[in-house]
Design a protein around this ligand. Structure first.
Ligand SMILES: [Zn+2]
Length: 333
């Protein structure tokens, strides 16, 4: 049975009713023909999401990390997807919390095409350099939390272009929106049927258990102008909702994008002031934004720390500030 045939089939006319999981571990419908799968990074709930887009040719958006693969495959199995039923897997970018499972998923679904930004494709085929860099960024968390990344055979890869349509069926596709900023190999996907935009990390991180939207500005690629431009492109598409990888569907897209724009600019301003004064950027960010975390229980803070730590954001902002051309610049566009 395909995912399109088990009761979530597209074409339902009644408004969508968000509810509790229909089956534990099987995900829940968050928009028409869109199933959110909690991939439970580190065993934590509501930190990493994958999304199954239903139709005659179902497509998975994000695999999560390699450590999430057993949970993800069990979820897809419970949704009725057999090994021949998944038509495609898209990763918004190749960071391990989004793409670490892609080699395993490609193996489990031998008919699935693996879709990735052109700047990410070679790293999925040969992850050696990506894993070296991840080992430097994540340290011991690489093996204790994320796992690694198995190579995907190059003939399984499909390199995405901006504006391209990934087919989910005759009346449904995911439109590719090139969206650098968080990473240079980042795409978002705009669902033609539900109108939901799958934004990866380009809008930021808002864990339901922490409640605050924060920008995600990690090294080595973060670029403020590109990130702001990507937000602008999202707004122009007038999505009906924004689905974050970390975590879930945000229903007021225009407000969310405006908030993301303002938040990103504030973080960059604080970082730039610290940078110019020779101060520690992480300490400045922590001081400026610690009130965001007031009232967030300690256990939930830890999730946000791992997913969106001040140190990772500071390192990305530092690198961006250091690499900027003094006048005019070469960034943007
Ligand atoms: Zn991420």
């Amino acid at each position: 049975m395909t995912a399109g045939g088990h009761g979530h089939a597209h074409g339902r006319a009644h408004p969508f009713d968000p509810g509790a999981p229909e089956l534990p571990g099987a995900g829940r419908t968050i928009a028409e023909g869109v199933i959110e799968l909690d991939t439970l990074l580190g065993g934590w709930e509501r930190v990493t999401a994958g999304y199954l887009i239903e139709g005659p040719e179902p497509v998975l958006v994000e695999t999560g990390s390699q450590s999430s693969v057993p949970v993800l495959l069990a979820g897809l199995d419970r949704l009725g997807l057999g090994p021949d039923d998944l038509a495609g897997v898209v990763v918004t970018h190749i960071h391990l919390d989004h793409a670490g499972g892609v080699g395993d998923v490609a193996r489990a679904f031998p008919g699935a095409t693996v879709y990735v930004h052109e700047k990410g494709a070679r790293h999925l085929a040969d992850p050696t350099r990506l894993l070296d860099s991840a080992a430097r960024v994540y340290g011991p968390l690489l093996d204790s939390l994320y796992g690694r990344l198995d190579p995907t055979p190059p003939e399984r890869l499909h390199v995405l272009e901006d504006g391209e349509a990934i087919r989910v069926g005759p009346s449904r596709s995911l439109i590719v929106v090139d969206s650098p900023g968080h990473a240079k190999h980042h795409v978002a996907l705009h669902d033609s049927l539900s109108g939901v935009l799958f934004a990866g990390d380009a809008v930021g991180v808002k864990l339901p258990d922490a409640g605050v939207l924060r920008p995600s500005t990690p090294p080595p690629d973060f670029d403020l102008d590109q990130a702001l431009h990507s937000l602008q492109r999202f707004a122009e598409r007038r999505p009906t909702g924004i689905a974050l990888a970390h975590y879930g569907l945000l229903p007021e897209p225009a407000d969310v994008l405006e908030e993301a724009d303002g938040t990103l600019r504030r973080w960059a301003e604080v970082a730039e002031a610290a940078f110019r004064n020779g101060e520690d950027i992480a300490a400045a960010l922590a001081t400026a934004f610690e009130s965001d975390m007031t009232g967030v229980p300690e256990g939930h803070r830890r999730k946000l720390d791992v997913m969106n730590g001040v140190h990772s954001n500071a390192a990305g902002l530092q690198r961006w500030l250091s690499g900027r051309e003094p006048a005019g610049g070469v960034t943007g566009g």
